[in-house]
Design a protein around this ligand. Structure first.
Ligand SMILES: *Cc1c(COP(=O)(O)O)cnc(C)c1O
Length: 235
């Protein structure tokens, strides 16, 4: 397995994506420092994470516990500057476990998760970074809080000392025009920043729509297959 990842294909795909990001950033009159690329490695073996780290990747996205825990442990043991972002739907009874190893949970979408994470043990002044996942079409089966309820959820997070709200995450709905979906994500984020001014993370844009996301102000891109190639089936 690891053999496949030490080849040049991964390096070439990563370089191509970085170049496309740079081009889109420039076209949008933005600065490259405003963008964090999170490489989504779900379902791939840890050898891929090692290969990506060697190519300069520091932010990794995973969506399922306990796979995400194993990868977080692997990364944190070896690479002090690697960060694991949990981007998947979260069950209440797993929330605290995920909170112990994730560097950021981007998929907070309901009060019961905030309540579960309120009981996390954290060092004083070292809250867990979280983002709220927004549901742009109200189809919460795919995760996310309906935009109309997002401000109440932001207030609940802001009132929880174990958590620090750093922004919002969204996936463009399947049928939607990505650019419009990302524009409404940005508008929702502006309303939330009236409540929590430092919640500036705008995590949006995947392999097929990251250029639109950059044009609409994304600060964090979550890109999987365009970098990793085809994902293995869900284990
Ligand atoms: C899998 C996943 C991604 C990456 O998707 P690609 O199409 O492979 O780039 C991004 N965000 C979330 C929430 C995901 O689950």
């Amino acid at each position: 397995m690891s053999q496949a990842y030490s080849g040049g294909d991964l390096a070439m795909r990563l370089a191509a994506v970085r170049q496309e990001i740079d081009d889109a950033v420039r076209a949008a009159n933005r600065h490259p420092d405003e963008i964090t690329l999170i490489t989504v490695t779900k379902y791939h073996p840890v050898a891929l994470l090692d290969a990506l780290y060697a190519l300069g990747v520091r932010d990794f996205g995973e969506n399922r516990h306990p796979e995400s825990r194993n990868k977080a442990e692997h990364l944190h043991e070896r690479y002090p500057d690697a960060r694991l972002h949990f981007i998947g739907q979260l069950q209440r009874n797993k929330a605290r476990q995920v909170g112990r190893y994730a560097d950021c949970i981007q998929s907070i979408d309901r009060i019961e998760l905030v309540e579960a994470l309120a009981k996390l043990e954290r060092e004083p002044n070292a809250p867990l970074e979280v983002a709220m996942q927004l549901s742009l079409d109200g189809d919460t089966a795919r995760g996310g809080v309906p935009v109309a309820q997002a401000e109440a959820l932001a207030e609940a997070i802001a009132a929880t000392p174990t958590l620090r709200l750093c922004g919002v995450m969204a996936v463009a709905p399947l049928e939607a025009n990505a650019e419009e979906a990302f524009a409404s994500t940005r508008e929702a984020s502006e309303r939330i920043r009236k409540i929590v001014p430092e919640a500036t993370m705008l995590s949006m844009g995947m392999s097929h729509d990251f250029r639109s996301a950059i044009s609409q102000g994304a600060t964090h891109l979550r890109i999987g297959t365009a970098i990793t190639g085809k994902r293995p089936d869900q284990p």
